[in-house]
Design a protein around this ligand. Structure first.
Ligand code: NAD
Length: 367
């Protein structure tokens, strides 16, 4: 039976990347009925909304989507569609394997890096609870805080301060930490590290750490430890081989994901999965790279590997393994790869997005 999957083509380089990923996934022989949907700035320009109702309806039906990157305007304009989708479908876990494939250039060559970032996806500073500078409700909040907590009131003037709220809950933390441990067991990993800044944010990150420690007791077969986020960043750069599965609140998860992607060769090779109890959206860690839009230039690997994670989620383990091997072989050979995987970024032998996908498909067909 064919799987029903929503394909959200995104904007910027999204459509060309989605086309490449879709062709590679189809080449595994797994039957998928793609329901192609548009979201992002291009559809906004035409219809007035960046996230048409049809997209949400489609995911409600399929409960599984492969998504191209979508631009989020900085400072003004519409709120992040990526965040909206995660919240709308309760996709509380963002899982980002950061694995070093032979042939990818990296600064770290002592041992191959193989990390998994498990990022909480719905809480923290991404909850969207924000109070704009100069608004009456912001002034009210500042006065409320001053009245409740005279020692720790906001020192700056009511007119010059904006506020973003960082909620972290016991239940939200519990489910993401369990997700990290369950992932570790299922994928034969050895250790989970909880990352936080509990020394400074005692009631949010402190709660995250306290809850993680409590959950860890239920998983005696997996090693558990914690790290303060700044130290974690330094350790990842210096000794990434010491780490395995990392579980983090939303914001640190976002930042450390890019750091880990950089360690294994850049955003072009870092896939991701947003998973909830009732559905999943698979997408690359990178954004829409708008300056390369329509140039058939950027690396499709991250989205193709996101498709590989999707195949695993759909129970197509064998096809997923074949797809990952085909990607690894093409990268290791180093011939039909995009500019970012070449020794020099202006290497004239670099191929385009489409041609790299063609090479992966040829590998798959060769078996
Ligand atoms: P970006 O990831 O789009 O690009 C940063 C740089 O990384 C690019 O200039 C390019 O040099 C490189 N890069 C990214 N993807 C690549 C690929 N596939 N192959 C080769 N090189 C690649 O980050 P940005 O410029 O900060 O963000 C652009 C837009 O994307 C923003 O609006 C941002 O909000 C959005 N964004 C969306 C998502 C998502 O859809 N999940 C994630 C991150 C950022």
């Amino acid at each position: 039976m064919a799987h029903e999957v929503t394909l959200i083509t995104g904007d910027g380089t999204g459509p060309e990347l989605c086309e490449a990923a879709r062709r590679c996934i189809d080449a595994t022989g797994v039957r998928i009925n793609w329901d192609v949907q548009e979201a992002g700035i291009d559809v906004m320009a035409r219809t007035g909304t960046p996230l048409p109702e049809a997209v949400l309806k489609s995911i409600e039906r399929t409960r599984c989507a492969l998504k191209g990157p979508i631009t989020t305007p900085v400072g003004s304009g519409f709120r992040s569609i990526n965040v909206h989708l995660r919240q709308a479908f309760g996709l509380y876990a963002c899982i980002r394997p950061c694995k070093q494939y032979p042939g990818v250039r990296t600064f770290f060559d002592r041992v191959p890096i193989d990390l998994v970032i498990v990022r909480e996806n719905t809480e923290d500073l991404y909850a969207g609870i924000e109070f704009e500078r100069g608004k009456p409700e912001t002034a009210e909040l500042i006065d409320f805080i001053a009245a409740r907590s005279p020692q720790r009131r906001i020192q700056t003037g009511r007119e010059e301060t904006g506020i973003s709220i960082k909620p972290i809950s016991v239940s939200g933390t519990e489910r993401i930490v369990r997700c990290a441990f369950d992932y570790a067991i299922k994928n034969k990993r050895r250790k989970v590290t909880a990352v936080h800044k509990a020394n400074i944010m005692k009631y949010s990150d402190g709660l995250f750490l306290e809850t993680a420690r409590r959950v860890a007791v239920d998983y005696p077969q997996i090693e558990f430890e914690d790290r303060i986020v700044d130290n974690m960043c330094m350790q990842l750069v210096q000794k990434p081989e010491l780490y395995d599965v990392l579980v983090l609140p939303n914001l640190y998860g976002d930042i450390v994901s890019d750091l880990a992607a950089g360690l294994v060769g850049g955003l072009g090779v870092a896939p991701g999965a947003n998973i909830g109890d009732n559905g999943a959206v698979f997408e690359a860690t990178h954004g829409s790279a708008p300056k390369y839009k329509g140039q058939n230039k950027v690396n499709p690997t991250a989205l193709i590997l996101s498709g590989m994670l999707m195949l695993r989620y759909l129970g197509e383990e064998e096809a997923a393994a074949r797809l990952e091997q085909a990607v690894a072989d093409v990268i290791a050979e180093g011939k039909h790869v995009t500019y970012d995987l070449k020794p020099h970024r202006d290497d004239p032998t670099a191929v385009g997005t489409r041609e790299m996908a063609d090479a992966i498909i040829a590998r798959l067909q060769r078996g």
